[in-house]
Every structure is written in C-alpha cells, then in structure tokens.
Design a protein around this ligand. Structure first.
Ligand code: GKR
Ligand code: MG
Length: 434
C-alpha cells in the first residue's frame, strides 16, 4: 500500500473568550484536518494545530509523505529527525502555546503518524489503541477543565454565539461552570486554569470548589508559569489540603530550575503536593533533567507535540520506570484529536490522572465528524468498536469551516492581542506576573 495524496483542510472553530496567563482566546480557534489517501482506497485522518505555520510545515513534507508506505513510520521520522536536532529552549513559556518552532518536526510528524495509524487500523480491522501494544482501558477518563472567562461563546458577526457559561471571573461562577460541566459530562476530576486573577482569588476558587464538590473530586490548578517561586510556594502551602489526594500543582513557576525550587521548598514544609508540567517538560530530552532535579513528578503528554500516539505510549513506560506520574495535556480541539488522545491514553499502561480536554468548549455546530459530537460517559470517552480512530469526516462541515478560516483576518493564535482589544489596551504577557 502507498500513500497517494496528502490533503490539508484548515478550519476555524468558534471558541469562547477563555482566559489564561497567555491572555484571552480569540472568537475562533484554528485547527488543521489532515487526510491521507492510499492506493488501497483507504483514507487516514488526523487533526493538528491550525494557522499558517503548522499548515506550511505539513505542506513542506508532502513530497516525503506521498508515495510512501504508511507502515514505515520510523523511517519517516528518521528522515524528518535532522530538523529535530535543533538545540534550544523548547518550553512553551515564551511563545503562544502550541507554536514553539523547535517542536515543529515532532508536531508535523505526529499529524502524519496519526493519519497513518488510522490507515493501518482500517487495513487491519483494529482500533488504533490495539496497534499500540493493546489497550489497558476501554474508557478513558477526562477532567472538567474550568476557565475564567468573559461572557460570550465565540464567533463573529452573524455567527456570534451566546454560551451557557456566561462571564466567569470569580469563585462562585467557576463553581457554577464546574457543576454544569459535571452534570453534562460526568467528569470526576477538576482542573482550573489559573494565572488569570490575583493568586488569593484563585486560592479562594479552589477552596470553594473543594467545599462544593468534596474530596472525591481531585483538584488541580495550572497558572502556566504566572507565579514567582515565592508565590508558588505560598499557593502550594495555602492549598495543601485541597490539592492532596490525587490533585496537583501544574507549571506554577517558569523553567525546570524554578519548578525544582518550588518542589524543594514545599517538601521542606512537609507538603508533598506533586508538580505536573506541560510547559517545562515538552519532549523526551526534558524528562531526565526533570526527574534528576525532582522538578516535575507528573509529565503531561500530548500526542500532538510529543511526536504522535506511539511516543505517548512510550512516555508512559518511561514515566513508570522513573516512578513519575503521567497524564495528558490539551489545547482546543475537535473530535478527531479527541479520539487520537483517547486511543493513546487507552494504550498507556501507566496513566495516573484523568486527561485534560478543551472539548466541552467547542460546539456541535462546528464538529467535523459524521454523527456529531463524541459522547462522554461518566467523564470518560469509550473506545469504539471500529477500526482506526473510529471517526469519519463530515466533508460538508469541513468545507464550511475552511471557508470561514479563509475569511478570518488572523492565521495564528494571539491571546495577547485579544486582551489588548477587549480588556486592557496595554496588556502583555508577563512571566511571572505575581
Ligand atoms: O487554552 O488557554 C488555553 C490553555 O492555557 C492552553 O493553551 C494550554 O496549553 O491548556 C494548556 C495547559 O495546560 O497549559
Ligand atoms: Mg498546563
């Protein structure tokens, strides 16, 4: 079997004005849907980052991909690996999440790898997780991913949407957001995106979440490096009880050394809250250092920039060997990515916490797979009894979302620009801010 054609569909998906230390989400999130056609008439699909950068990077590997056997993934990676040799800082601290140029080869390869595995699964009549050494679970747990946000559901002009969440800029409204999310999806773990309000107000939010939902719902907070070491330790101390029992503190301060200092100072105080990371630890090269320095105890994988679903399964083995926890990070995504994440997580022998997902923030009206949104059962995504990723594209929907993409004035996520436009004309990302 040979790949005959690489097709790329840039899409724009309505996205509410979610806040983080990066700024505010724009009215549309950008994604790219990838299709690989083959001589056998099988088409493989994948979803990845959107905008001009990722689209061009995929276009650049077209010649390497077309004419290739989809089973020969390792040689494809080797051909692309020279670019991956680049030395430097890969952390997402200084760039918009998902746009670090040093992770480009891993991101580009991941999109091709996932589409190839969809092809292989369809050819073999097996789901993708069963190609990754077999599944460890049929249902993959996800967490309620809470965001401080402004009012509105995203979109522009006659496509503008109202949302069920409204403005959520205090503890009480975040509790309401959480309740709605748990009722709708059945999530059993809760994550709050922090780094938006004064740390004391975020402490208050976590405390209220604990008060309302109790210790059966592990809690985590992720300010994306918005805090100094001092503040991180203070928050860790204040939330000692609330983040215990399956919770964690995620990327509180910038850099592996900063994280290590936070960890050591918390341990000195007898606080064992683990630190998780998807900012200081973004690739295999970071894991030994993170482990030696005890800078992160939980690695948040992500098939989209860790080089695909096979690497995520490998990372799970490595973390288990090192005595580290492992779970999964998320950015805005649709159903194709959700299923790639679910298959990867299903095949992880060692998965210590429910995975993150932005999926509840997107809408049925913008879904790109036939049959509409993927359902959650008690906070979990079930691995379907279908070959490959188990999804088929809805090409009418894709055509509509591609048309919308071409009309947009932006081609890259810029959360700072949105803050300047809507909240404060002088806003810029400062790390650490508090
Ligand atoms: O969507 O604003 C966001 C998040 O901050 C996202 O971009 C991060 O990459 O969710 C991510 C995280 O856990 O750091
Ligand atoms: Mg994070």
């Amino acid at each position: 079997m040979k790949i005959t054609r690489l097709r790329l569909h840039p899409v724009a998906v309505a996205d509410p004005p979610l806040r983080s230390s990066y700024g505010r989400h724009a009215p549309y999130a950008l994604r790219t849907i990838v299709e690989l056609e083959t001589t056998d008439g099988i088409t493989g699909v994948a979803e990845t980052y959107g905008g001009d950068g990722p689209l061009e990077a995929l276009g650049e590997v077209r010649e390497r991909v077309e004419g290739r056997d989809p089973f020969q993934l390792s040689s494809l990676w080797c051909d692309m690996a020279a670019e991956a040799e680049a030395e430097g800082d890969r952390t997402q601290t200084h760039l918009v999440p998902g746009e670090n140029p040093l992770d480009k080869p891993a991101r580009t390869f991941a999109a091709i790898e996932i589409a190839c595995l969809d092809i292989i699964g369809k050819a073999a009549g097996k789901p993708v997780c069963d190609l990754l050494g077999g599944r460890f679970r049929d249902e993959v747990p996800f967490s309620a991913y809470l965001f401080y946000k402004d009012a509105g559901g995203g979109g522009l002009d006659d496509d503008e949407r109202e949302d069920a969440w409204g403005e959520c800029l205090d503890a009480r409204s975040i509790v309401g957001q959480c309740r709605r999310m748990i009722e709708q999806y059945g999530f059993r773990e809760i994550k709050l995106k922090g780094g938006v309000l004064e740390p004391d107000r975020e402490i208050e939010t976590i405390r209220l979440l604990r008060e309302e939902f109790g210790p059966d719902y592990p809690l985590r907070i992720d300010p994306n490096c918005a805090w100094t070491i001092e503040t991180s330790v203070r928050v860790g101390e204040a939330l000692k009880e609330e983040l215990a029992g399956g919770g964690y503190l995620e990327d509180p301060a910038p850099g592996l050394d900063g994280m290590a200092q936070v960890r050591h100072r918390l341990l000195e105080k007898g606080i064992e809250t683990p630190l998780a990371s998807n900012v200081a630890v973004t690739c295999f090269d970071h894991v030994p250092e993170a482990h030696c320095k005890d800078a992160a105890q939980i690695v948040l994988s992500d098939p989209h920039y860790w080089g695909g679903v096979r690497n995520v399964a490998r990372l799970s083995f490595l973390c288990e060997l090192l005595g580290m926890g492992v779970s999964m990070h998320s950015n805005n995504h649709l159903a194709v990515s959700l299923m790639a994440m679910a298959h990867a997580a299903a095949a992880m022998p060692h998965l210590t916490h429910a995975c993150d997902t932005h999926y509840p923030w997107q809408y049925e009206a913008d879904e790109v797979v036939a049959g509409g949104r993927i359902p959650f059962h008690n906070g979990c995504v079930r691995i379907p009894d279908k070959p490959g990723l188990g999804v088929d594209l809805d090409h009418d929907q894709i055509a509509r979302l591609t048309q919308r993409y071409h009309k947009l004035p932006y081609r890259q996520r810029d959360d700072e620009a949105e803050m300047r436009k809507h909240v404060d004309p002088n806003w810029r990302r400062v790390v650490p801010r508090w």
